[in-house]
Design a protein around this ligand. Structure first.
Ligand SMILES: [Zn+2]
Length: 52
């Protein structure tokens, strides 16, 4: 099931699967929120996810 995460910066990260969503979200965090790397777990990201 496709899901999305509305990031606090306004960016919407999408994925067709949980794995794709997490990969895209981690890429976004690495690029745009380097201060959060290592502070947001995959469980945190999934908790932020909504059904697309
Ligand atoms: Zn962001």
């Amino acid at each position: 099931m496709a899901k999305l995460i509305n990031c606090e910066c306004g960016r919407v990260v999408r994925g067709e699967t949980d794995e794709e969503l997490l990969a895209n979200a981690e890429e976004h965090v690495n690029r745009d929120h380097p201060e959060l790397v290592g502070k947001i777990s995959r469980d945190d990201l999934l908790a932020m996810a909504e059904e697309a």
